[in-house]
Design a protein around this ligand. Sequence first.
Ligand code: Q9C
Ligand code: ZN
Length: 346
Amino acid sequence: MITVYSDAHHAQEGRAELNDGQLVPCYEKPARARIVLDRVRSAGLGPVIAPDPYGVEPILEVHDKGYVDFLAAAWDEWVAEHGDRDALPLNWLAPNMHRRHVPASIDGRLGYYSFDAGTPITAGTWTAVRAAADCAMTAADRVLDGEPAAYALVRPPGHHAGRAFYGGYCFLNNAALAAQRMRDRGCARIAVLDVDYHHGNGTQEIFWRRSDVLFVCLHADPRQEFPYFSGHADEEGEGIGQGFTLNLPLPWGTGWEEYAAAFRVAAARIAAFAPDALVVSLGADTFIGDPISRFRFQSDDFLRLGAAVAGLSLPTVFVQEGGYAVEALGVNVVNVLAGFESAARG
Ligand code: Q9C
Ligand code: ZN
């Protein structure tokens, strides 16, 4: 399987996030991609290629122009106001406050466009997120050009980023960009399968009112877990998109056996949709050793997950999302990809 990778991910290196009442070192850090790349190579998964440059135009099919302009300029505006520190928001809207006016000040706009205090904007954020988007779209193009599958090894991740918001370590929605790219190249229907531990609230929001992109998500129940306000089983899409979102929330402590039962429901929905291709939002934060998560996957279970994805028999674009047990991340992620390949070969 081809891996699409760019060293530009290093440009996103936040210093701190707010967690459990403390500023702690960012969990979402460059070592994550480094260890996965090392494992891709040592396991002999296949060639590692650089992304093609797509420019900002395809990004604007998925994201709001005002939001994208904000992301591109935020760091310089922040530094002018506060100096060389991570840009973190401190204020958000409560219900019945007003969104009619985009704040002029950088502090106001950080709150306006975000939903948590765990996602610092840094000097290199814009560089890194552009490279990640290019990797995801390149992987999509390779699959449409005939590769059975491709893997976008990217960071920062994307599935919490919506049309006009960031959070959960995510700024641009790489998986949504891959899906949209395949639509633009003539695929009629794309399924997005999100197996990250957290609900992919950004992807859900982007495709909420669409019937051409099916969003299926297995994740920790938002009654217990971040992002708290999205991912309940009764969220099914709206308008023409009604029935094209499927959420399968699972309780803390979920292991492979219970997960596999939910996966069968996900797989049946995807098969009924009969998509032209599949995008997998691949998080490995379902691992028992993950420092911020509470599922119980063992490393071998990721092989089983890969084989289960291969059972869908679709051209597949894997896009890296979360996974914070850094030492095990390479093995766990490459297990999914290797499990997919060996099952796909039969
Ligand atoms: N106490 C992804 O996996 N905050 N994002 C967790 C834990 C946010 C995770 C705080 C976690 C976001 C892509
Ligand atoms: Zn996650």
